[in-house]
Design a protein around this ligand. Structure first.
Ligand code: ADP
Length: 700
């Protein structure tokens, strides 16, 4: 494994080089910069940039450190790469302070509202619009030039491709790789083969019908005496629909598409009930990968007390499933508003329960963070590739962010398992706990993703200027060649750049833009750190050792092709190829047999036809064929043939003489009075003998 060749390392080195150059330049100019790319790099490498904010949130008195320092009034923002940020007409210089721990800023209210617009027409949750308005967003229709589009459904590629540089959307292209049960299982199984120890983060899973045989083998080999329970789920289902338990895999229709998983039959129970955790995870960037987990979330409880599965109780969904959509139908559903009871509880209540029983709460959440990172890493190459393919021009801000709802089940040994990832977790607020958790989640998310770098007017102005410049340049250079392509923002792209655009790398930006892009990234990082709200950052991890640990997954995935070919997938392909060849051969043989049969049948048919023809006609055909062959010209007679013919003639004469055939016939003709004058003249001696009454047959 060569880490130095990985893109991840190259990118870090590039960042480091750029930041050093810039520091050198600034030193020469005698300007002191408080916050630089260097810090962003430290951040990226896991060093803590501890900082909080002051200026814009005046009412939050308990902040210990300053992150932003307002500038002198007469300083102008002419270079955002200097670490300057303009937020709502107040100018800030980023300042790094390394000692203090970030304190959660749960209840702060921005004094100045966020300038920007959001489109929520494609979301069924009215809460999103309401929270956006309280933050200062203008809620607009889809047809307007929105800053943020919040949608419940996954958008198509056309929408991604049509987005402008200041626009953001709440889904990443390709996130289905972990949000569909079958794709999630495929990716996690692939990673499990590559990292058998590290990726035991989900129950053993098979995708039917492909893995049906494997599952049967597993059940036969491992659980001969005590049958194991399996949970069967539709491959792309949700909300507990179509889920059932079984311990007899042979009873399943092997041709149906579904997911089969080993059932975790000893879950952690609270008050005797099974529960799962809905952990809200925010991704703000895929390259570099930045993941945040919300500290608050929901534990969803089953409504019947848990008993290990038996044939009698395996149909009791209120006992084995923890989905709200299933359990809300139970008469036992508890709507209690108190933190320590109810069928939905907040994480703070769960943490209290764990602490009371001397469980290591931090360690427990560390494990959950780990499985979240590993799950996202399993789809990371696809996410990165899709992002760069869809958003080649987003250099100022990230084009996407996404809140994922991870469903985590904990077993009695406190080991968490990932069950499912939801790309559009429910934002319904039926209960008080829902309102408390989800409202704060949306608020903190919107605050974190709306960096002041996305100045719509400025970006539109820049784009117009760029197009103009390009056109002018083109006019100077003469006419456009056929090998050039038109781009909505960059104008005409020369042929040399087209290939780069088709690859998974971002397009080559104009001079200085790349640097500006990196600077924008560092500012975005700083912004996010300053607006964590109740999020905790898990990627890049704060502990440098953890970063090194995750590097192995980055590196190996970078080395593999984006759709990660494993030894198993290669083997499967080989077997499939062999099978294909065998099938083709078999088909060929069958064809040959069929052709032979057909030929034989044709011959027989012809014979049958001939047989049924009247004899006279058959004879006429034969004669006509014979006549066609008739030829009266003399053939060639060889000497040997002539000699043979003469010999045979002599032999015949001899035979006639020896047997006295002529005498016998003559005597008969004489006795009958049939001899002619010619006969008397030809054989005078025979005639005389007969006249005398002598015997012609005797030799004398
Ligand atoms: P859905 O998307 O339909 O909600 P899930 O995979 O989340 O499907 O499963 C629904 C519920 O079933 C979970 O909340 C959990 O309680 C239970 N469950 C799912 N898989 C397992 C498993 N392997 N072991 C034990 N319980 C499980």
């Amino acid at each position: 494994m060569n880490l130095k060749n990985s893109k991840f390392f190259r990118r870090i080195q590039e960042l480091r080089r750029l930041s050093k150059d810039k520091l050198r330049k600034e030193k020469n100019r005698g300007v002191h910069i408080d916050y630089e790319l260097e810090n962003a790099l430290k951040e990226r490498n896991g060093d803590c940039v501890r900082s909080t904010q002051r200026q814009s949130f005046k009412d939050n008195g308990n902040f210990e450190q300053e992150k932003y320092e307002s500038l002198e009034n007469n300083e102008k923002i002419n270079d955002i790469s200097n670490g300057l940020i303009q937020l709502n007409n107040v100018c800030f210089r980023l300042k790094c302070a390394c000692a203090a721990k970030p304190s959660p800023i749960r209840d702060e209210k921005p004094v100045l509202p966020i300038k920007g617009s959001i489109c929520v027409s494609n979301s069924r949750y009215s809460m999103i619009g309401r929270v956006s308005k309280t933050l200062g967003f203008k809620v607009v229709k889809e047809t307007k030039l929105w800053n943020i589009l919040w949608t419940d459904t996954l958008p198509g590629v056309e929408l991604y491709k049509s987005m402008k540089r200041f626009q953001q959307i709440n889904h990443y292209p390709g996130m289905m790789e972990i949000c569909r049960k079958d794709l999630l299982s495929r990716n996690l199984n692939r990673m499990l083969k590559l990292f058998p120890r590290e990726y035991k983060i989900f129950p053993k899973t098979w995708i039917f019908p492909a893995d049906y045989g494997d599952a049967i083998n597993y059940a036969n080999n491992n659980y001969k005496n005590k049958p194991r329970t399996f949970i069967i789920k539709p491959d792309s289902g949700a909300m507990g629909r179509g889920i059932w338990l079984t311990n007899d895999l042979k009873s399943i229709n092997p041709s149906e598409r579904m997911i089969c998983q080993t059932y975790i039959n000893k879950p952690l129970l609270i008050d005797g009930y099974k529960f799962d955790l809905r952990v809200y995870t925010l991704i703000t960037s895929v390259d570099p990968l930045r993941i945040f987990v919300y500290n608050e979330g929901l534990a969803r409880f089953a409504t019947s007390k848990y008993v290990e599965p038996t044939i009698e109780n395996s149909c009791d969904l209120f006992m084995h499933l923890t989905n709200y959509s299933v359990n809300k139908r139970s008469s036992q559903y508890d709507l209690c508003d108190n933190d320590d009871c109810g069928s939905k509880r907040k994480f703070c209540a769960i943490n209290n329960w764990l602490r009371c029983r001397n469980y290591e709460v931090d360690e427990f959440w560390g494990k959950i963070d780990d499985i979240i990172i590993k799950t996202i890493l399993s789809a990371w190459p696809m996410l990165k590739h899709n992002y760069h393919a869809c958003f080649p021009s987003h250099d100022k801000i990230q084009a996407c962010f996404e809140i994922l709802g991870f469903d985590i089940l904990v077993d009695s040994k406190m080991k968490p398992y990932v069950l499912e990832v939801n790309h559009s977790p429910s934002y319904h607020t039926h209960e008080l706990v829902d309102r408390q958790v989800k409202k704060a989640l949306i608020r903190d998310t919107l605050l974190m993703v709306s960096t002041p770098l996305a100045d719509k007017k400025q970006i539109l102005r820049e784009d117009r200027k760029r197009i103009k410049q390009r056109l002018l340049k083109l006019k100077q250079c003469g006419t456009t060649s056929n090998t050039q392509r038109q781009h909505p923002i960059y104008g005409v792209i020369p042929e040399s750049n087209i290939n780069a655009r088709d690859s998974d790398e971002p397009p080559p930006l104009e001079e200085g833009t790349q640097e500006a892009g990196l600077s924008a990234l560092s500012q975005q990082i700083a912004w996010e750190e300053g607006h964590l709200g109740d999020f905790r950052r898990i990627m890049p991890p704060r502990d440098p050792d953890r970063l090194n640990y995750y590097c192995q997954f980055f590196a190996l995935q970078n080395q593999a092709s984006i759709y990660g070919e494993t030894a198993a997938s290669k083997k499967r392909e080989e077997v499939a190829k062999k099978m294909r060849l065998e099938i083709e051969e078999k088909r060929q043989r069958q064809m040959e047999v069929m052709l032979g049969q057909r030929r034989r049948m044709k011959l027989e048919e012809r014979r049958r036809k001939r047989a049924s023809m009247p004899r006279a006609i058959v004879e006429r055909h034969r004669l006509s064929r014979f006549r066609a062959q008739e030829n009266w010209a003399p053939g060639f007679i060889s000497e040997a043939e002539e000699r043979l013919r003469r010999t045979w003639m002599q032999m015949r004469t001899e035979m006639l003489r020896n047997n006295k055939i002529v005498q016998m016939i003559y005597k008969d003709f004489y006795n009958g009075g049939n001899l002619t004058n010619a006969d008397i003249i030809t054989y005078p001696e025979l005639y005389r003998c007969l006249e005398r009454g002598a015997d012609v047959m005797s030799d004398n």
